[in-house]
Write a protein that binds this ligand. Structure first.
Ligand code: SF4
Length: 508
């Protein structure tokens, strides 16, 4: 299903593919006709898409799933989740109903269909990934099912051919009292379905069904639970089948790196940095002298580097690189960056600084060097994902994300030193970190530190959920913090952070 104009496969190798795997060499392309907005994802897509679409669509879906997961980590109610997700879905994975008469219906549904199957490939390798993917996809399906137009929803359900046993009139009469006790309505007055009770654990747990002879008697108004349970059951089975076929995919040089990156993105979704992020309206160009003041808006990873630098007048190589790229990302010019480091390394001679440090700063900015620097852009600022997945720092090093690299006690003291004094927040951070939800802990601290400003922009409608989505990049943290703290100074409307990872491979 991948168009070869973006192929990274050696053509000779492609021609020599095993005859048993000809489905990769000569796929039967076929466009789907998407009748419904909802999809049970039973039939894999087979039409052509470009490698770029393959990656971008998957990243967009991952963004949606990650936000859903963040909602559950933060114990948002179903209503709060639906409100929060509405603009995020509109932005990354819109799916209009037939009645909307949108001209993009087929394209939207195609993206939804393909992105689901691509992530299926990325997240079927282990039991843990499968369980997580299935849970989030089920939540997404449920959200859309609830949101859909009633008639279209019913048409979709009718088209599924689900084999639910209808309870006939005789049985309804026989169980009349018990059915009434379950639903509060006369049993005969509504439709009932009979299914194995394991299929509807949510309803059993909520005592919303009658349990009898190993069957759950479900009133028609609980149809959504039945459909959702069926969606999960089929997806779980399909994921196991996908896992069995994964070794074949491993041989495709075009897809394996993308799939590996996507599955890694489940730790913390990736976000790309674009040079436009350095232009923050209302913020005058940062200088070496303004970094101390601006550091109040830095995330913990950069605050930690900044305070270590101030305490020791030195930082080791990886810390310098991480911090230099971040400063470049907030708009500090190369000249000012050199001044910043020169002044910060105050115990060092000019000669030593020029010989041993200046070159690396210029290299990070793309002023010198080959390889990644060929286009003169240098390296891009590191995302949370990169900082959360790189090897842990050794003795004397301070790079990385403190939510991951610090012991729990040291992390809490560091947070308290930076002003986080709310016991409940610190307790929740400790829990997040214990479950390796490092970026969630960071977002929790951000929301606490900016709660007044967030409330204001939400109340006056200047910022929506898409502008307040989960932070996945230190430079987004800075930009959002700065803008929020300057709300009302004429720039509150200019928001947004780093986008999904579109140009990652071309730069680093
Ligand atoms: Fe920095 Fe990201 Fe860690 Fe926050 S989660 S401290 S922004 S690396």
């Amino acid at each position: 299903m991948i168009r070869s104009d973006f192929s990274r496969v050696d053509p000779k190798r492609r021609a020599a593919l095993d005859h048993k795997k000809t489905q990769f060499a000569k796929p039967q392309f076929k466009e789907h006709d998407y009748i419904h907005s909802l999809n049970f994802y039973e039939i894999p897509p087979t039409a052509e898409i470009t490698l770029e679409e393959f990656e971008v669509w998957a990243i967009d879906r991952l963004k949606v799933l990650s936000e859903l997961e963040a909602c559950s980590f933060r114990n948002r109610t179903p209503e709060e989740t639906a409100t929060h997700m509405s603009s995020i879905l509109d932005k990354y994975l819109p799916l209009h109903s037939n009645s909307s008469r949108s001209s993009a219906l087929q394209e939207e549904r195609k993206k939804d269909h393909y992105s689901h199957f691509i992530l299926r490939l990325a997240f079927s390798a282990t039991e843990d990934l499968r369980r997580r993917f299935s849970r989030l996809e089920t939540t997404l399906f449920k959200l859309r099912f609830q949101d859909g137009a009633l008639i279209e929803r019913q048409q979709f359900v009718d088209g599924l051919g689900l084999e639910w046993e209808k309870v006939d009139d005789d049985e309804k009469k026989e169980l009349s009292q018990e059915l009434m006790a379950t639903s509060g309505k006369k049993g005969e007055d509504q439709e009932w379905f009979k299914v194995d009770w394991e299929q509807v654990p949510e309803l059993v747990e909520g005592r919303r069904v009658l349990l009898k002879r190993g069957k759950a008697y479900v009133p028609v108004r609980e149809q959504m639970s039945l459909v959702v349970a069926e969606f999960t059951r089929r997806l779980d089975n399909a994921l196991v089948l996908t896992a069995r076929n994964l070794p074949r995919i491993d041989e495709d040089d075009r897809l394996s790196p993308i799939l590996a990156h996507l599955s890694q993105s489940f730790i913390a979704p990736d976000a790309a940095y674009s040079s436009a992020d350095a232009n923050i309206d209302g913020l005058s160009a940062p200088t070496a002298a303004s970094i101390d003041t601006l550091s109040q808006h830095f995330p913990l990873c950069m605050q930690n580097l900044h305070s270590t630098l101030r305490a020791n007048s030195h930082l080791k190589h990886y810390g310098r690189l991480q911090y230099t790229l971040f400063l470049k990302g907030i708009g500090l010019s190369l000249e000012e960056c050199i001044v910043f480091w020169r002044k910060s390394f105050k115990l060092m001679t000019d000669d030593k600084f020029t010989k041993e440090y200046k070159y690396n700063i210029r290299h990070a900015y793309g002023d010198v060097g080959g390889d990644a620097n060929r286009r003169g852009r240098g390296y891009t600022p590191y995302s949370c994902q990169k900082l959360l997945t790189e090897p842990l720092p050794g003795a004397g090093q301070s790079h990385g994300c403190p939510y991951r690299t610090f012991t729990s006690d040291n992390l809490l003291s560091l947070l308290q030193r930076t002003g986080v004094n709310d016991r409940e927040v610190l307790k929740q951070v400790k829990e997040d970190v214990g479950k390796q939800r490092y970026h969630i802990a960071c977002n929790r601290v951000f929301e606490w530190a900016h709660k007044k400003e967030i409330k204001k922009v939400k109340d006056d409608g200047t910022w929506g959920a898409a502008e307040l989505d989960t932070i996945l990049h230190p430079n987004t943290y800075f930009k959002r913090s700065w803008l929020l703290k300057h709300v009302g100074e004429g720039n509150a409307g200019i928001v947004g952070g780093t986008g999904t990872d579109g140009d990652r491979m071309s730069v680093e």
